[in-house]
Ligand binder design. Structure first.
Ligand code: TRP
Length: 348
């Protein structure tokens, strides 16, 4: 059959594309930190009010780096519990585990035929992984962005709340969408990054270098599971100096960072007071860090306690996963009907 004839095909039921669908994935690796909260989770919580949301724990993606799979379950449970403790509501959003929705893997297979080896090899995250683990350059790692595209378009989502580090993966997802639509007929809207038009909040790390991450330096990152004493200890260790010697001096990065953290969890009055103290060269960093520690504890400790309660209730978490998978599969099976029809994979 000439190629032209295929491209004009109208897929019954595919148009208009659904609107207001949000999808995002969370890797189940380790503990969530303050950067995760202000960078991502806070957006999820806002979105669940006004959009149809699918939030997924990316357990299949995590297999690409060959983790110790005996720790998978605890990682998945923790990520579920911590997100719920932060306010993600499994009744409003579909909150599910990637491996519970096998349609993901089917779509991944089809998309692999639209993904080219050359472009996959050029992906920044792939090249990083190759550099870090030259002994484990597997095909799953190479096609990581294809699986991510499958996650997103499985729900025909248009909005993906992710940070800058995921831009390239989203760009690739748009490429696969366009190739699919062109080859088989319009089934998918183009997904785009979405963050309420706001600057993404960068939460600085406590050692004055970069942002908080699941880095080697655990003392520079505040985790939502840190206890009160540890929060105090970490904040008191944050880098400062003897204070400014001229009025209205520019703040060095590491001092700006402390103000930045204060902006996230302290009241405006408190922030204003220390800002004025700084500008008039009267600032006492010891006091500032003590205040910040107490405000931070007031923010983190209820989340930590709630997460611990949820984590202890395995029946509840199992229910969350089952309900989430049910909602996700309902949406996925509709999409896959369209996909199979478009691709000519229906013989009767
Ligand atoms: N790759 C993402 C990360 O590293 C996680 C992810 C998997 C994801 N599937 C997704 C993000 C789908 C958004 C949409 O954080």
């Amino acid at each position: 059959m000439p190629e032209q004839e295929q491209t004009q095909r109208v897929i019954p039921g595919a148009k208009p594309f659904p609107e207001n669908i949000v999808m995002s994935g969370i890797r189940p690796t380790g503990f969530l930190h303050l950067g995760n909260y202000f960078g991502a989770i806070r957006n999820y919580i806002r979105m669940q009010e006004n959009f149809t949301c699918y939030f997924m724990v990316a357990d299949l993606h995590s297999l690409t780096t060959h983790p110790d799979t005996s720790a998978l379950k605890s990682g998945v449970m923790r990520v579920l519990a911590e997100n719920i403790a932060c306010g993600l509501d499994p009744e409003k959003a579909a909150f599910y585990c990637q491996s519970h929705v096998p349609e993901t893997s089917e779509l991944y297979l089809y998309l692999n035929m639209l993904a080219y080896k050359g472009e996959l090899e050029k992906t920044v995250t792939f090249k990083d992984k190759v550099r870090q683990h030259p002994e484990n350059v597997n095909a799953g790692l190479l096609t990581y962005p294809v699986l991510q595209a499958a996650d997103i378009i499985l729900h025909r989502a248009s909005y993906v709340p992710v940070g800058k580090d995921q831009e390239q993966h989203l760009e690739m997802a748009r490429n696969y969408v366009n190739r699919f639509n062109h080859r088989y007929g319009d089934v998918f809207p183009e997904p785009q990054a979405f963050n309420f038009n706001e600057e993404l909040v960068k939460v600085p790390s406590l050692d004055g270098t970069g942002k908080m991450s699941k880095s080697e330096n655990n003392m520079a990152t505040l985790y939502l599971a840190d206890d009160d004493d540890l929060i105090r200890k970490k904040l008191m260790k944050a880098k400062t100096d003897n204070g400014p010697t001229t009025e209205f001096a520019e703040k060095p990065d590491y001092i700006e960072n402390i103000f930045q953290l204060m902006k996230l969890v302290s009241s405006e009055d408190v922030l204003k007071k220390f800002d004025e103290d700084y500008n008039s060269c009267r600032i006492r960093y010891g006091d500032m860090k003590k205040q910040l520690a107490e405000d931070m504890i007031r923010f983190i400790s209820p989340i930590r306690q709630k997460a611990a309660d949820i984590l202890a209730d395995e029946t509840y978490l199992k229910n969350v996963m089952m309900t989430g998978a049910e909602k996700a599969r309902e949406s996925a099976s509709k999409t896959m009907e369209l996909v199979r029809t478009a691709m000519g994979l229906k013989y009767f």
